[in-house]
Each structure stands twice: as structure tokens, then as C-alpha cells.
Write a protein that binds this ligand. Structure first.
Ligand code: ATP
Ligand code: MG
Length: 357
């Protein structure tokens, strides 16, 4: 039996370089190894948890995310791509799972807390990525949509519905997937072994696990508007690279520059094929005598090399949206069969399969 992979993205915007290195590249490799059954979900219901008032944005981005998938090499002949809301079993599983995790456990999740704070639902607004403990007791949840706070539980439903063994994600999702572990353990203990415990897989390269934003924020994120998108044209890419956060104290070319926290160098570490050249640039930058513009120009070259191919393929695919929807319909059909089977097993384990047998 092949191992199963489940991953997904929220259709809250087009996909960016953080997705590319944090998850997409891994997915394409695993898909092409032929050793896995891959399910790739466009998490539109999860996107609605913080975009309830803007359903058009979510709807439009379903197509955009699907285009990004195909453009980076996810192949619908090898991977099942589907839309979350079209799989009713996922909602029902979420209802059963919500009873297995305490409210405080869900609300204590550092990723969820950071996101609540970033979205401005928390009045204290003091949370930073690297200091989740800071607001352990001070986060104010009151303005947070209940559905948003529960998204880790719906993620447990997504993962277990497909009996996934492997979940390739960026680092921010590790605490979220912890909740899946908990759900699986508690469920199996109470109702008998039914669900499979997955393993979250982050990229080998530490810097790829959470790519910072071009503004220097610890995470590039669709919601923070600090991303370089896979679909950005050359001019947009150039503008973004040239405006990237570097070392604020590096004012004159002759000044000594800092590498730490300088996102231009972080990106070069992650994306440049010639790491010897990067090491040389770093040394010169730290010594003084190397301007930001020179380093940025090199980064622009490196990124455009990667993005130009993706951009071209994407533009070609975008000409035929009907074909993309056909592909998503087929994928959703396939996914529905698998998730319905798991739901059947879950209902049976709990004892609510009154009329099925
Ligand atoms: P949103 O701001 O709407 O939450 P996002 O940019 O965080 O969007 P998601 O759709 O939530 O993107 O994440 C999809 C996957 O991509 C997850 O596995 C996540 O860990 C990974 N990912 C997202 N941003 C990054 C990043 N900057 N670096 C590495 N991985 C990332
Ligand atoms: Mg996210």
C-alpha cells in the first residue's frame, strides 16, 4: 500500500515564494517519486473562517491557487486536487472531533494566537512570532470568529479523512498539526483504533521552513501583503526586490552591513544556486564597500530565473479556466469517495451509523 500525503493551501490569495520553498517543492518531489498517493486540498472553508465577509475573494482565489499548483508541476494525473467545501464528510468529522479537544488547548496554540493577534482581533496586539509565551494569558479572543479558532480541528478532519501519513508543511503549521495528533489519539482511545496519526514534514533546509516577508516580517504571508507571488511579472518582481528590507543602518556603500535579519541574504541563502558567490557577497557586505543595489540585482536575477518558467506556464494555463474547473471537479469526486469511506468508519466507531450497514 502506498503512503498517503495530504496538504493544502487557503485560497486567500495567489501562492508566493514561501509556499514554493515551504511546501510546494516538497510536494512535487514526493508526487514524482511515485511512492505516495497525494491529495492536495484548496481549503476554501478554512479561508472563509477569516474572510466570511469577502466570499468573492475566496472564490476567485480557488482558481488562482489551482493555476499556481499546475504551474509549479503538480500534476493532476498523479495528485488528486480538490476543493474542501465540496467534501461534506470533512464538516461532519470536524463536528465529532470538536468534542475531543478542550477549548483552552485550541486557544493555547501559538500559531493560532499569532494569527489572531495579526488580524487585529486581539486588542493587546503584542504577540510576536518568536515569543508566543508573551501573551500566554493576555490574548483577548473575544472578537475572533469561532470558526477561525477551531481551524486546527477542521484540519484534523482534512488530514484524517484521507488517512494521510505524511503532511508536508511550513514550520508555522507544526503546532496546528499537534492538534491532529491529539484528536487521533483521543479518538482511537475512546472509540477504538480508527484514525491514522500523520507525520508533519518540514523542509530540510531550515531557512525554507518559514521564509520571511520582503518587509522583514518573520513570515511571508498572503494576509500580510509582504509576498513575492509566483505569478508576479518581471516589473513587479523587480519593484519588490528593490524595496526589500535589508540592514537599516547600512546607508552608504562604504558602511559595514549586517547579514542577520537582512532578508535579501536570507533569500539568497534559500534560492541562489551559487552559494560560493553568496558567501563572497556576504563577506564583502560585512566588510563594507558593497551596496544593497548590487546584491538586490543579483537576487533579482536568481528569482527571475526560477519564476520566469512558472510564470510562462501559468499564463498558458490561465487561458482555459474551464479546463481547470473540470480538473477540480474530477479531483473533488475522487476525494469525496475516500472521505466518505472514512466518515462511514468514524460513524460506526462512535455508533451513529443508524441506517448504514
Ligand atoms: P494566509 O496568510 O492566508 O494564512 P499563508 O501565506 O499563511 O496564507 P497558507 O495557505 O496558510 O498560506 O499556507 C499553506 C502552506 O504553505 C502551509 O503549509 C504553510 O506552512 C506554508 N507556508 C506559508 N507561508 C510560508 C512561508 N513564509 N514559509 C514557508 N512555508 C510557508
Ligand atoms: Mg497561513
Amino acid at each position: 500500500m502506498k503512503k498517503v500525503i495530504l496538504t493544502g493551501d487557503r485560497p486567500t490569495g495567489k501562492l508566493h515564494l514561501g509556499h514554493f520553498v515551504g511546501s510546494l517543492k516538497n510536494r512535487v518531489e514526493l508526487q514524482n517519486s511515485g511512492e505516495y498517493n497525494s491529495y492536495i486540498m484548496i481549503a476554501d472553508m478554512q479561508a472563509l473562517t477569516d474572510n466570511a465577509k469577502n466570499p468573492a475573494k475566496v472564490r476567485e482565489n480557488v482558481l488562482e491557487v489551482a493555476l499556481d499548483y499546475l504551474a509549479v508541476g503538480i500534476d493532476p494525473a498523479k495528485s488528486t486536487i480538490f476543493i474542501q467545501s465540496q467534501i461534506p464528510a470533512l464538516s461532519e468529522l470536524t463536528m465529532y472531533y470538536m468534542n475531543l479537544v478542550s477549548l483552552s488547548r485550541v486557544l493555547r496554540n501559538p500559531t493560532v494566537k499569532t494569527e489572531i493577534s495579526q488580524k487585529g482581533w486581539d486588542k493587546s496586539k503584542e504577540l510576536l512570532w518568536d515569543s508566543p509565551l508573551l501573551v500566554e494569558n493576555s490574548l483577548d479572543y473575544k472578537g475572533t470568529p469561532a470558526g477561525f479558532a477551531m481551524y486546527p480541528i477542521s484540519q484534523a478532519a482534512d488530514i484524517t479523512a484521507f488517512k494521510a501519513n505524511v503532511v508536508p508543511v511550513g514550520e508555522d503549521q507544526l503546532p496546528v498539526i499537534e492538534i491532529t495528533h491529539e484528536v487521533v489519539r483521543v479518538f482511537n482511545k475512546i472509540y477504538g483504533k480508527t484514525l491514522i496519526e500523520p507525520e508533519a514534514v518540514v523542509p530540510n533546509d531550515v531557512k525554507s521552513r518559514r521564509l520571511p516577508g520582503i518587509d522583514g516580517n518573520a513570515k511571508m504571508s498572503k494576509s500580510l501583503g509582504n509576498g513575492i507571488y509566483l505569478s508576479d511579472d518581471y516589473e513587479t518582481l523587480k519593484k519588490k526586490v528593490m524595496s526589500m528590507y535589508t540592514d537599516p543602518d547600512h546607508i552608504h556603500v562604504s558602511d559595514r552591513g549586517k547579514i542577520e535579519g537582512n532578508v535579501v541574504f536570507t533569500y539568497l541563502d534559500v534560492f541562489a544556486p551559487d552559494q560560493a558567490k553568496v558567501a563572497e557577497l556576504k563577506e564583502q557586505y560585512q566588510r563594507g564597500g558593497l551596496g544593497d543595489v548590487v546584491v538586490k540585482k543579483y537576487l533579482l536575477e536568481v528569482l527571475d530565473e526560477i519564476l520566469s518558467l512558472i510564470r510562462k506556464k501559468r499564463a498558458e494555463l490561465a487561458k482555459n479556466p474551464a479546463a481547470i474547473y473540470d480538473m477540480l471537479r474530477e479531483g473533488s469526486k475522487k476525494a469525496n469517495i475516500v472521505a466518505a469511506q472514512t466518515l462511514h468508519e468514524v460513524r460506526k466507531a462512535i455508533g451513529v451509523e443508524y441506517f448504514e450497514s
